[in-house]
Design a protein around this ligand. Structure first.
Ligand code: ATP
Length: 294
């Protein structure tokens, strides 16, 4: 069964096209990362998934139901970017209260354990550190034992140690065959914690694959030089080259083997000036995938 289906979904805010022609299917039991820069449309996608926003066109389904129905049935838990914690209550009280709202909640001890909150269960939730407060919000998201857990940039404002704890909590929850969708700006987080990465930019999906596939795209580099008015013919046949683009007076070659490409380039007889080899790390690939060519 599919946990999530977006069928040609579009959503605009006035002039801003936040999401365009989005098609996405996530089978149950998978962990998917939505990766993209600010304004890519990740939060809008999540809002529609939770029924908090309605698409202008297209259809969103969660376990075959309308999102609001799925939420009402307790199938979906969410941790959004903002969300205050009730003042004056202890962690245990807040979590206990929220789990009481669900028809089939997880046991309190299991929630606290999974979210790594057992040690601070007696402390006031609103007085915790930022990372601990995020863990309380995670606990609230899983309290109802949802089959689908949606997390919008859950580790924003967490330090490295808190992030590590958080993701191990998330993986523990996912291990029970649940479906997870999380949004992040961090490639590393997507790589380490998801089994599929969907890269969004400007409201569209620009890449979709396993972390290995996304990383292999990350392995490609660009070899750029000033071509001037020399002919571009044959550049596409250089070793390693997977794409050729002429931008003004420059030639930009995408290559899976930049060393071989560069060596062969010098043997073509072309005058190669201003040679630049870029790329290689995930951050670069991510920028390549998400930067508007215009
Ligand atoms: N309620 C709104 N009213 C007007 N414009 C909005 C609204 N929500 C989002 N937008 C715009 O829609 C676009 C997509 O925003 P969205 O928040 O979905 O992106 P995002 O990928 O989640 O970004 P971030 O990583 O910064 O959270 C942006 O241009 C944003 O300014």
């Amino acid at each position: 069964m599919d946990a999530i289906t977006f069928t040609t979904v579009a959503k605009s805010y006035g002039e801003v096209r936040a999401v365009e022609a989005l098609d996405l299917t996530v089978p149950a039991g998978r962990t998917l990362a939505l990766l993209g820069p600010n304004g890519a449309g990740k939060s809008t996608t999540i809002s529609m998934l939770l029924g908090l926003a309605r698409p202008d066109s297209g259809r969103v389904e969660v376990f075959g139901d309308d999102p609001l129905t799925a939420v009402a049935r307790g199938r979906v838990g969410a941790m959004l970017q903002d969300g205050a914690l009730v003042e004056g209550l202890t962690v245990k009280e807040v979590v206990g209260f929220v789990r009481g709202l669900y028809p089939e909640p997880l046991p309190l001890g299991e929630i606290l354990e999974t979210a790594d909150l057992t040690e601070v269960a007696g402390r006031r939730a609103d007085k915790l550190s930022g990372g601990q407060r995020q863990r309380v919000r995670f606990a609230l998201a899983i309290a109802g034992g949802p089959k689908l857990l949606v997390l919008d940039e859950p580790t924003a404002a967490m330090d490295v140690a808190s992030r590590r704890t958080f993701w191990s909590s998330m993986r523990a929850y996912a291990a029970g065959g649940r479906t997870i969708l999380f949004a992040t700006h961090y490639l590393e987080e997507a790589d380490e914690n998801a089994d599929r990465i969907v890269v969004m930019a400007r409201g569209r999906i620009v890449a979709d694959g396993s972390p290995a596939e996304i990383k292999s795209r990350a392995g490609t580099r660009t070899v750029r030089f000033t071509l001037g008015d020399q002919p571009a013919a044959g550049l596409d046949r250089l070793p390693g080259v997977t794409g050729v683009e002429i931008r003004g007076t420059s030639a930009v070659l995408t290559s899976a083997d930049a060393d071989a490409t560069t060596a062969a380039l010098y043997r073509t007889g072309l005058t190669v000036r201003d040679l630049e080899v870029r790329g290689a790390d995930l951050e670069e690939a991510f920028l390549d995938l998400t930067t508007d060519p215009a």
